[in-house]
Design a protein around this ligand. Structure first.
Ligand SMILES: [Cu+2]
Length: 315
């Protein structure tokens, strides 16, 4: 049976949902309690000190230290509890588990596409396995969109020229709505997709069936082709040796020093930026001689290079 509490929230279908709901209910309950304390107190004083023919003399007391400490300390403790609790849940939501299945989410006017690790692109339907962490790597082809799955309590902006991350682990089989929650033009309200949660074996079967009609190439193979075709191999080795530029082997998700003394973690954003704006962040010990590949590589080709660099990791 549905309780009143269930009624306030959309269906709960991910590991993070109960945590988000719990802190939301806590904040709601505290707000409700203080609403009543303040309103009852206000009504009481309005009646007690209303305009009368014969007024009582006002008290000469101008403050009450004990009372003031109490009404400062209690809200402070409540706010600290909200902050610490909320921050911990926020961290859980921000950091995807290491064994996550990675799916690329692309928003554009006015639809969503979902790209699987084997290169299969699913338009309008995100199919994921049950009880498996899924990390979505989100971007946009035009304006700012935002991916929102109420049942999973996740929401993340989709930005052009940048990747953002959201992760979830579905705990219920079924179909759930996915919305765009950033006003992105005339058909914004029609920018809908569905999330379908299947048991793992059925997910694999779905991916297999869907991919057999796949037209896109495997991103790693594409990246490898570009590595030779666009002459990346004249400056970057794949065996770890240093050439004119740094090697691509074992650099993925490592921290690297830059020529300006700062450091950078090699991720999707850094690789993409280095392909398009090579002079922005130059690795320490190298000269900034790389040309920009802006306009020379298509979006899926940049993604191919990223996938290829990811694959050059000694396991
Ligand atoms: Cu949108």
């Amino acid at each position: 049976m549905k309780t009143f509490i269930d009624w306030l929230m959309p269906e709960s279908a991910s590991t993070i949902s109960p945590q988000v709901d719990a802190i939301t209910y806590f904040i709601f309950a505290v707000s409700l309690l203080f609403f009543f304390i303040i309103v009852v107190g206000m009504i009481h004083f309005v009646i007690k000190y209303r305009r009368q023919e014969k007024l009582e003399k006002t008290s000469g007391v101008d403050h009450n230290t004990a009372l003031e400490i109490v009404w400062t300390a209690i809200p402070t403790v409540l706010l600290v509890v909200m902050f610490v609790w909320g921050f911990r849940v926020y961290l859980d939501m921000s950091i995807a588990p290491k064994d996550s299945l990675e799916i690329k989410v692309t928003g554009q006017k006015w639809f969503w596409t979902f790209t699987y690790p084997n290169g299969y692109v699913s338009p309008g339907e995100l199919v994921v396995p049950l009880n498996q962490p899924v990390k979505t790597l989100i971007s946009s082809k035009d304006v700012i969109h935002s991916m929102f799955v109420p049942a999973f309590r996740i929401k993340m902006d989709a930005l052009p020229n940048r990747y953002t991350v959201a992760w979830f682990e579905a705990t219920k089989e079924g179909t759930f709505p996915l919305y765009c929650t950033e006003y992105c033009g005339t058909s914004h309200s029609k920018m809908l997709a569905t999330v379908k949660v299947l048991p793992y074996d059925q997910y694999l079967k779905w991916l297999d069936d869907a991919s057999s009609s796949m037209d896109g190439a495997d991103p790693v193979a594409l990246g490898e082709k570009i590595y030779a075709r666009n002459a990346c191999n004249t400056c970057h080795s794949i065996d770890g040796s240093s050439m004119i530029g740094p090697s691509w082997r074992n650099i993925w998700s490592s921290s690297q020093n830059l020529s300006d003394g700062s450091s950078v973690v090699v991720d999707e954003n850094y690789i993409r930026e280095s392909i398009l704006y090579p002079q922005k962040k130059i690795r320490a010990g190298y000269q900034g001689v790389m040309p920009s590949y802006q306009g020379l590589l298509k979006e899926n080709e940049i993604e191919g290079v990223i996938a290829y660099i990811k694959s050059l990791e000694d396991k």
